[in-house]
Design a protein. Sequence first.
Length: 353
Amino acid sequence: MLKPLPASALQAGRDYPRNDAELCAWFPDDDACLDDLEWLRWPEEFVCPRCGATKSWRMSDGRFWCERCRRRVSVTTGTIFHGTRTPLTVWFVVAWSMTSAKNGVSAKTLQRLLGFGSYQTIWAMLHRFRTAMVRPDRERLSGEVDVDETLVGGEEHGGKRGRGAGRKALVAVAVEMRSPKGFGRVRMHTMADASGASLVPFVCATVVHGATVLTDGWGGYNDLATHGYLHPRTIVSDTGDPAHVSMPGVHRVAALLKRWLLGTHQGAVESDHRQAYLDEFTFRFNRRHSASRGLLFRRLLEQAVQTGPMTYRALVANPAPRPIPPRLHPAHQVCPPSLAVTSSARPWRHHNQ
């Protein structure tokens, strides 16, 4: 996987659009979108996703002919755009909507704004982008890291509270502590339970060895010291302070997460897909200081061309049998329209040669 260029090496208006007007000017049709994806995926030379060969030539249809495996290769082959029938102009607008809006956007809102006839289509596009928001080679947290769990979900009848509260989802949260009032990066993951068998592997996969892991007195964290972590504990009941004062990092981030789920998504997040929404929130929070929303747009596309394809049935946790829809007259079919306009600008090519 290619290492993304640091933000200091990228320039707004040259490497990524600054606003809606530039987005429309840069990506007026599918050819422009395809060229940008090619630039992001192969900035130096073509690399066959099947065999890794670099010798090729371009065919008349825009695809590459790999000399070693003797096959035509599209820029979208092996990415989240693989085999899509939705115009790339629509994909780019969806990516821009996800990253330019401070709090993101829901599938229902995009369905209404873009005129999609199928809610499932726009929902699957958003989830494919959420899959691309997690880089497998991302660095683990370091320094002092607050770790705790929070419950995500609706109110539970019967008043059950705490780490085993009924059908609510248990989410582990890790936050880098930069100063008494400042936070660094975060990591989140849904947990089956609050036992040490679940929590310790989460910390080991999230935090570098030798870091300081700050937790409360819950016994599920007792083995952290044996895994190479400094582990000072805070017994909340002994401090006399509420939990959000004793451990401000995780409680502040957990409150922001719940507000985002209730605000942008109206709380309509299915438990089987909750991790995808946690990944989107993490992507946003860790880039909250970005000076340009267009930079987030570029980062998302960079990761999208490095992420493998996923079918709709793979995205849906428990797919139900889909009935065969009645055949419609072509005039009555509602398909995602292309957003193509007329332009020939390619700033990412002209300024980077």
